[in-house]
Design a protein. Structure first.
Length: 442
């Protein structure tokens, strides 16, 4: 009997059977496909057009499938929260407005609400000031969602919607400029109220926007909702159900697109939101398509709130608390440059008394003192729960201010949405979170 030098053998009823082991199988396969079991690491960003700012994504790929995804932040390194410790409480508004630069008025309002809570003057803020805050925040929510729609459309190949979204956002920025003097980074909402009243020409422009926007929203939906490429790139893509959202702390439109109607304007109202009529849109699928539908619906609900707020402004009233030891300046009058006090106002202060002049000087240069303590205030920003933890040691400057920023929290959901999917879906999934890196790197 002869034995094989290449394989073991045994006799069966069917004849002799050789058992061949894979001694050379790996080399045969590797000769055909040298990277059959290898993974490659791709750095997407931090200068990538689809990363919503300076976000870096480290993706481990097997073919086009994402096996591991990591978010890397910190490229803006603004240090705003630390800088607040070296400025007065009023000056803080100028810093926080630059965090989430697509929603500056939300940053300012959350900060001001926290300072007012420390001061114990929440109920003293005038009705008109609260109405103006609501008006400005809802206009800001619309403009933020328009930027999301524009940039996400561009990333998925819909170039037209990029142009149209920014066109309507420009209209809102012009309204902001009429009211605050600036298109962005307004420092308009301040502890105790707002910097100045809404002028009549801004009211006219807001009403024009309310007539224009419904037609434009219909055009957006005609462009996108029935478009087969858009639906293929968004439906059943980057799914995150309600359980995962709650486990990861995800809030805002992403949570509501998974079916949970959690909105702080309804569940924990502030600034008088409980007196406005509006709905909280939700969707059941928890995918990119659902987030698109929720944000479009939220624009329509914000328009309802804006209309109600504009109607309420017909009744005049003060826009700052009456306490002159807090209101800065106590009798507000803006100069011709839109900054500082008017000369007439300064002359009036100087003509009253030396005590009045000294008090005004100390209020502007040193600021007011805030009783020691700590508070947390949360509001509903375009990206979710925006929270402020403010600590006072009794001085004229914050001891510590820390923001619970929804972009930062929501980004941790990206690996859960991306891993196991295609690299192309990382773009859609990441965009649907709507992260703003100014909020992450604060």
């Amino acid at each position: 009997m002869t034995t094989s030098n290449y394989a073991t053998e045994r006799e069966t009823t069917e004849g002799k059977v050789f058992t061949v082991t894979g001694g050379d199988w790996d080399s045969v396969v590797s000769g055909t496909d040298p990277i059959n079991d290898e993974r490659i690491v791709v750095n997407m960003g931090p200068q990538h057009p689809s990363t919503h700012g300076v976000l870096r994504l480290v993706l481990e790929l097997e073919g086009e499938t994402v096996r591991e995804a990591r978010s890397v932040i910190g490229y803006l390194h603004t240090g705003i929260e630390k800088n607040l410790e070296y400025r007065t409480w009023v000056q803080g508004s100028t810093f926080v407005t630059r965090m989430d630069y697509l929603a500056p008025l939300f940053n300012e309002t959350a900060y001001s609400l926290a300072v007012e809570k420390l001061l114990g003057i929440t109920d003293d803020v005038t009705e008109r000031a609260n109405t103006i805050r609501v008006l400005m925040m809802e206009l800001n929510r619309i403009s933020s969602h328009l930027v999301w729609l524009a940039t996400t459309g561009m990333e998925l190949g819909a170039i037209s919607i990029m142009l149209y979204g920014f066109r309507e956002r420009e209209y809102i920025l012009e309204i902001f400029e009429l009211i605050t003097g600036l298109r962005m980074n307004h420092a308009y909402v301040r502890p105790g109220g707002v910097a100045q009243d809404v002028p009549d020409d801004a009211i006219i422009k807001i009403r024009e926007l309310l007539k224009l926007l419904p037609k434009r929203l219909k055009e957006y939906e005609d462009l996108l909702s029935g478009q087969p490429i858009w639906t293929e790139r968004t439906k059943n893509v980057a799914v995150l159900d309600v359980t995962a959202c709650l486990a990861l702390g995800v809030t805002g439109p992403v949570l509501r697109s998974a079916g949970l109607a959690w909105d702080l304007r309804k569940t924990m109202p502030y600034c008088g939101y409980e007196t406005y009529e509006f709905d909280v849109p939700t969707h059941a699928d928890g995918d990119v398509w659902g987030r698109y539908q929720v944000r479009l619906a939220e624009i329509r609900e914000s328009m309802k709130i804006v209309e109600q707020a504009v109607d309420r402004l017909a009744k005049p009233g003060p826009v700052m608390v009456a306490d002159r030891k807090i209101a800065w300046p106590a009798q507000l009058a803006i100069g011709v440059d839109g900054m500082g006090n008017s000369l007439e106002h300064v002359a009036k202060i100087m003509g009253q008394s030396m005590e009045s002049l000294i008090h005004h000087f100390k209020l502007v240069t040193e600021g007011f003192r805030v009783p020691p303590g700590q508070v947390y205030v949360g509001i509903e920003s375009p990206r979710g729960e925006l929270g402020v933890h403010a600590v006072s040691d009794g001085g004229t400057r914050p001891y510590r201010v820390h923001y619970r920023e929804p972009s930062f929290v929501n980004l941790q959901a990206l690996p859960a949405m991306a891993e196991g999917g295609l690299i192309a879906d990382v773009i859609a999934g990441g965009a649907s979170l709507d992260p703003v890196m100014g909020g992450c790197d604060r």
